[in-house]
Ligand binder design. Structure first.
Ligand code: 5GP
Length: 114
């Protein structure tokens, strides 16, 4: 899939975003339409459309993302807990075809999700 997503444009600084973290492998920025007081999107710089396109060589990258998510949650003050979400495909509610982890916090979460 070679279509340029909005997230690629954020990585390339073609469109603005409120960036809260960046390293060689990933970028994190505030969601434009937050669903909780803290709602950060954490994305790999590598373009992977969905979880279904992950390959073995992505294991370290995805592990890195989880480590960063945990550290970021601490830095964001989510001491009472938080939720990490990866939507996959249309039924999963995925709108942007560039893998991303939602870091949601700042309020109590209900279950099951909608
Ligand atoms: P998905 O539904 O694909 O799991 O999540 C996509 C998320 O990207 C949504 O929460 C949506 O609000 C967010 N989003 C879409 N476009 C932009 C944008 O241009 N900037 C930012 N910061 N977030 C965006």
């Amino acid at each position: 899939m070679s279509e340029t997503t909005i997230f690629r444009k954020i990585i390339d600084r073609e469109i603005p975003a409120d960036i809260v973290y960046e390293d060689d492998l990933c970028l994190a920025f505030n969601d434009i339409n937050p669903q909780s007081p803290t709602h950060v999107l954490l994305i790999p710089k590598k373009e992977i459309p969905t979880v279904n396109e992950l390959v073995e060589e992505d294991q370290t990258l995805m592990g890195h993302l989880l480590l960063v998510a945990g550290k970021l949650a601490g830095q964001l003050g989510l001491d009472g807990g938080y939720r990490l979400v990866i939507n996959c495909g249309r039924d999963g509610g995925q709108e942007v075809d560039h893998i991303h982890i939602h870091i949601l916090g700042g309020r109590g979460m209900s279950w099951p999700p909608g």
